[in-house]
Design a protein around this ligand. Structure first.
Ligand SMILES: *[C@@H]1O[C@H](CO)[C@@H](O)[C@H](O)[C@H]1NC(C)=O
Ligand SMILES: *[C@@H]1O[C@H](CO)[C@@H](O)[C@H](O)[C@H]1NC(C)=O
Ligand SMILES: *[C@@H]1O[C@H](CO)[C@@H](O)[C@H](O)[C@H]1NC(C)=O
Ligand SMILES: *[C@@H]1O[C@H](CO)[C@@H](O)[C@H](O)[C@H]1NC(C)=O
Ligand SMILES: *[C@@H]1O[C@H](CO)[C@@H](O)[C@H](O)[C@H]1NC(C)=O
Length: 481
């Protein structure tokens, strides 16, 4: 009895300790079919995993009795302005975000959701008052695509990632694990036509095929893979994927972590800026669904690997990272003193275990003052799609707009001034600029191609980066979910 009184007192003390103003959660998809054959989909098991994780975030951020409840957020009824959710236009990630949102705002029930019509009858939404939380699907052709999947359509990332295969680490693991991979051939020969397909070069693919078979197919020969072998396959895949996504001395390998950092900063900054009364537009909770590539790149870039060796490993299905914006002490109004604002980072590995806080940027501090967080995130972050286009040398359609802007600038004619003429003279000017611009562009292209050739000859792997081999870059990167 004494202990329970103390426990209650402890809870009350925690409840009064801080005010959460907003949060951003980035989630990996749940269990899925193997990506070896492409067109992978979220399985019912995967949807349950993400739903469970979403329910736990609901308990943390929405429940009014939670000490981490977000100030002013609606507990049960979805309020569109308070939530922003986004995922790349890929079924598995869209469905992941949907499962999460279904748990965040479950159906209201027929009574609560019912609406009275003029003729006196009452109607509730389908599925016992289902709540339709808006989810923004982001197409590859949108500049918004850089935030969650900054590695897709980015030849510079693809080339840097491929450099991993030239490292001595890769070469020595390739040699030392050859026998191990070969020994698995009888168990996976239905998937891989030839034993030579089995090596560390396909570490993730092989782990994925076997892991998925072990979970889903009782009659698969892969059931004979022992727990020790599976663990070995997983840790080899860990090292291969971390190597592909991060290298401290080659920042371009983790450029996709830079865009994620940019997105996190911009979302939290909006919450911070607009929560000054009258409270307005910025969402209080942002939910993004992405792939493990982005997690690993971020773990490296934000130096989470300094905090725990576990961050060298692949995050389990339905893992989440959360960034919380808060002020110490309890306040009742939604205004906040920017100088008192703090940010903490949390990670939960799949559905097991707890959401735990970790220090970012090698600071050793689990809470950072806003100004320090902002400075560090800007340092590792990419702030705009235009910047991303430049860093990636991307051929993505939306990058053309920034190249056009450069053309005008080169010729000293601002885009704005051209547009503002609004007469037939402007049309002539635009055509002249465009023709001259194309000449300049062609010249730049020639220069870059010649530079690329020089670099190729010097053994620098920037071929894909400059040559615009975006199709192969795309198919390579698309495997990342
Ligand atoms: C009331 O209006 C709705 C929608 O038009 C209709 O479906 C329903 O049958 C009406 N109820 C009555 C009692 O007329
Ligand atoms: C990391 O990058 C450096 C410099 O490009 C390179 O020498 C090294 O081999 C790379 N290491 C890995 C594991 O890719
Ligand atoms: C399960 O594995 C067996 C043996 O490899 C295969 O024939 C069967 O198609 C698999 N079933 C599914 C649903 O993938
Ligand atoms: C944060 O918001 C302020 C406006 O409140 C703006 O001036 C600043 O540029 C923003 N910073 C970032 C990194 O988005
Ligand atoms: C998550 O769990 C996997 C094992 O399931 C492990 O390899 C990895 O290191 C863990 N990551 C973190 C950050 O705890």
């Amino acid at each position: 009895m004494h202990t329970s009184t103390m426990a209650l007192a402890g809870l009350a003390a925690t409840a009064a300790a801080e005010t959460i103003h907003g949060a951003l959660v980035f989630s990996r998809h749940g269990d899925r079919t193997t990506k070896h054959f492409g067109s992978q989909v979220l399985t019912p098991l995967g949807a349950q995993q993400v739903f469970q994780v979403g329910s736990d975030y609901r308990a943390r951020y929405l429940s009014s009795s939670s000490p981490h409840h977000i100030q002013g957020i609606s507990e049960s009824e979805y309020v569109p302005a308070q939530i922003y959710a986004s995922a790349p236009d890929q079924p598995i990630l869209l469905n992941t975000a949907t499962s999460f949102l279904q748990a965040l705002y479950p159906p209201l029930g027929d009574t609560v959701s019912a609406q009275d019509l003029a003729n006196g009858s009452s109607v509730s939404s389908p599925l016992t008052g289902y709540q339709y939380v808006t989810l923004h699907g982001v197409n590859d052709d949108s500049p918004e695509s850089v935030w969650i999947k900054g590695d897709d359509d980015c030849p510079v990332v693809a080339a840097a990632s491929a450099d991993f295969k030239k490292s001595s680490e890769f070469q020595s693991r390739l040699a030392s694990t050859r026998d191990f991979y070969q020994s698995l051939y009888p168990l996976v020969h239905e998937v891989y036509p030839s034993a030579s397909d089995l090596s560390y070069a396909k570490a993730y693919d092989i782990f994925d095929v076997i892991n998925v078979e072990k979970i889903h197919n009782a009659s698969s020969p892969a059931q004979a893979v022992t727990p020790t072998q599976l663990h070995q396959l997983r840790t080899l895949a860990d090292s291969a994927e971390f190597g592909r996504n991060y290298n401290a001395s080659q920042p371009s390998r983790s450029l996709h972590a830079g865009t994620l950092a940019g997105a996190v900063l911009s979302h939290l900054n909006q919450t911070a800026a607009t929560n000054t009364p009258p409270a307005s537009a910025a969402p209080k909770l942002t939910v993004l669904a992405g792939s493990y590539d982005t997690f690993l790149a971020f773990f490296g870039r934000a130096r989470l690997t300094d905090a725990s060796d576990q961050f060298f490993g692949l995050p389990d299905y339905a893992s989440t990272m959360a960034f919380e914006l808060f002020t110490p002490g309890e306040t009742n109004d939604e205004s906040m003193d920017r100088s008192a604002l703090r940010v903490r980072f949390l990670f939960r590995n799949g559905t097991a275990g707890a959401l735990r806080q970790f220090p970012l940027f090698g600071t050793g501090k689990v809470e950072l003052p806003w100004a320090e967080f902002e400075r560090e995130m800007q340092q590792i972050g990419v702030g705009s799609a235009e910047e991303w286009c430049g860093l990636c040398r991307s051929e993505a359609v939306f990058c053309a707009a920034y190249r056009d802007a450069d053309r005008y600038d080169i010729l000293g004619g601002g885009r704005g001034s051209v547009v503002s003429k609004g007469s037939w003279i402007a049309v002539v000017v635009v055509m002249g600029v465009a023709i001259a611009g194309n000449l300049v562009w062609a010249a730049m292209w020639l220069v870059r191609n010649r530079r690329a050739k020089r670099e190729r000859m010097a053994g620098v792997a920037s071929t894909a980066a400059v040559g615009g081999d975006s199709e192969s870059a795309r198919s390579y990167d698309k495997e990342s979910v």
